[in-house]
Design a protein around this ligand. Structure first.
Ligand code: CA
Length: 237
């Protein structure tokens, strides 16, 4: 699919980063609008209705959170937060307000384009399911109809809960999901203690997947924030 129908608004006050991101996106076929302040960003958002927003959290006239609120009040367009901040709380606050994902500076070109692609894909597709009802990423295959999970064509026996977690992360592949949003979707709870239950399930899933400590090829850790399933293999589309 050509990218050129997608319009992306980049709100970033650092000139170097702004032009780096702009060049990268234009090279990848996107239309790009840039703003250096939150106020300018909000005005461009209203006048140009972009398909996606890349938003720096440290702007001269605000921390970007107000901008996320304003965007969410009128649009479901994906927002990817760009942040030099390292504390998990800032990322979680942005995600809780409705941001779809985040990238921590410094970041690479592959990381940025992958995040943009994943955010646009999940926004324009109801689920991550392929037309043939399968999710494939590297050696991992999920067959949604039969609820089977395979690694390198070997079936992995998961509990119902483990399967539900894997399928949920796959539906959001390439995007971070916070502990809270996973716990809510799986158990319908908001109890912070449930995060422990989730971590135990993830550890069991990884063991069954044959992952070794420090090497999780399918479900990535977003420390203090949540988990991210690797991107679906796009070549199959
Ligand atoms: Ca900044």
């Amino acid at each position: 699919m050509s990218n050129n129908k997608f319009k992306i608004l980049v709100v970033e006050d650092e000139a170097n980063i702004c032009s780096f991101v702009e060049t990268l996106l234009v090279t990848n076929g996107y239309q790009v609008l840039t703003a250096r302040t939150q106020a300018m960003g909000q005005s461009l958002f209203l006048s140009h209705t972009p398909d996606l927003v890349i938003l720096d959290l440290g702007l001269p006239d605000g921390d970007g959170l107000e901008f996320i609120r304003a965007v969410r009040a009128r649009s479901a367009a994906p927002v990817i937060v760009l942040s030099a901040r390292t504390t998990e709380q800032d990322k979680v606050a942005a995600l809780d307000l409705g941001a779809n994902d985040y990238i921590t500076k410094p970041f690479g070109t592959a990381e940025l384009t992958a995040r943009v692609r994943a955010a646009l894909r999940s926004h324009h597709q109801a689920t991550g399911a392929q037309p043939d009802g399968k999710f494939v990423a590297g050696g991992l295959t999920i067959d949604y109809a039969s609820r089977k999970v395979l690694i390198d064509n070997q079936e992995i026996k998961l509990t119902q809960t483990e399967y539900n977690i894997v399928a949920l992360l796959a539906e959001h592949s390439g995007r971070v999901m916070t502990y809270t949003s996973i716990v809510q979707a799986i158990w319908g709870e908001t109890d912070p203690g449930s995060t422990k239950k989730l971590q135990v399930n993830i550890a069991n899933i990884r063991k069954k997947f044959g992952s070794r400590p420090g090497d999780n090829p399918y479900i990535l850790n977003e420390l203090g924030v949540g988990y991210r399933m690797i991107e679906e293999d796009l070549a199959r589309k």
